[in-house]
Design a protein around this ligand. Structure first.
Ligand code: ADP
Length: 306
């Protein structure tokens, strides 16, 4: 079984559904409120576990009620949490306002995520056992860079989702094997709007890039190789929250199993397409059997034996 370690964030998403977002100084009445376990790290961990990997999470929750729920949600998805710290103070929270047009505005307060400033010997030993280390940018950048450098030293493949978009410390891209930005993050990193040109520019720093393009699919480029474009299956999207995290989790599993890149990309696209047809973040993520069945019907092939 593919072994994946995620070094990343856990956040409780506090979501208010409103007809329209309030302006400064204004109060509006919302129609519904939900608390949903999230955070890019935890989302990728759940996506990879459901896609069939053995997954462990390094990060932190707070010593509050949210922390208990965030840990329980990961454990419920089969993610190992032995090295998920409980730090003094609040858990990370994302305060999300979703309006009737599906637009959103988000404030993220890192809370416990901000206390993960360095790796322990136990963290390093765990990373050394993995086929891949998944990283995002919702922990302090110094520890993200430390994680990537540790994995590189131990010969473990590093997969970085550069979100939320921000300038990266020197050394982080140099220790990244596969970079997976969406088109906006790719443009922010390179200053180049065209995804093909942005991918080519990113190859100066990393050997492989996948740029996700929403409903337009994804684009893969490796140094010295031809671009691979993968269309997204045409589906009726109801909620694209965490589509990218579902994609990355499934992609890491497929690549860890040694599947060829075009096949791994198509399988990950199927997983993401399933997730956008359901509401929620981790609640929308498909299980391996669902991905295999949908993938087989899209490609007209037999379902692979699990
Ligand atoms: P993010 O969620 O990080 O912004 P994207 O919006 O690019 O990332 O979506 C990631 C992947 O999810 C895409 O490459 C695609 O495979 C899939 N996806 C996203 N939106 C849709 C959609 N409307 N229909 C089908 N697949 C989608």
């Amino acid at each position: 079984m593919t072994g994946i370690v995620v070094l990343g964030s856990t956040n409780m998403d506090l979501v208010a559904f409103v007809p329209r977002a309030p302006a400064r100084g204004e109060t509006v009445t919302g129609r519904e409120f939900r608390t949903i376990p999230g955070g890019k790290g935890a989302n990728q961990a759940v996506a990879a576990a459901r896609a069939g990997a053995e997954v462990a999470m390094i990060g932190a929750v707070g010593d509050d009620d949210f922390g208990l729920r965030l840990r329980a949600a990961l454990e419920g998805a089969g993610v190992e949490t032995d090295l998920l710290r409980t730090s003094e103070g609040p858990s990370g929270t994302a305060h999300i306002v979703v309006d009737d047009e599906g637009g959103n505005a988000i404030v993220v307060v890192p809370g416990a995520n901000g206390t993960v400033t360095s790796l322990t010997h136990g963290d390093e030993a765990l990373i050394g056992t993995a086929d891949a280390l998944l990283l995002q940018l919702e922990l302090p950048l110094s520890v993200v860079a430390e994680g990537a450098a540790t994995a590189r030293r131990l010969g473990v493949r590093t997969v970085l989702t550069p979100a939320p978009a921000q300038p990266l410390p020197a050394g982080l891209l140099a220790a990244t094997d596969l970079l997976v930005p969406n088109e906006h993050e790719a443009a922010a990193l390179t200053g180049i709007a065209d995804p093909h040109a942005a991918a080519a520019a990113l190859l100066r720093d990393v050997p492989e890039v996948v740029i996700t393009l929403g409903a337009a699919g994804s684009l893969y480029l490796a140094r010295g190789g031809e671009p691979v474009t993968v269309p997204a299956p045409p589906v009726r999207a109801v909620d694209t929250t965490a589509a990218g995290d579902t994609f990355v989790g499934a992609l890491a599993v497929a690549l860890g199993e040694g599947r060829p890149v075009p096949e791994a990309l198509a399988w990950a696209s199927t997983a993401a397409a399933l997730s956008v047809q359901r509401t929620g973040a981790s609640s929308s993520m498909p299980y391996r059997s669902e991905i295999d069945t949908a993938h087989a019907s899209l490609t007209g092939r037999e379902v692979d034996a699990v």
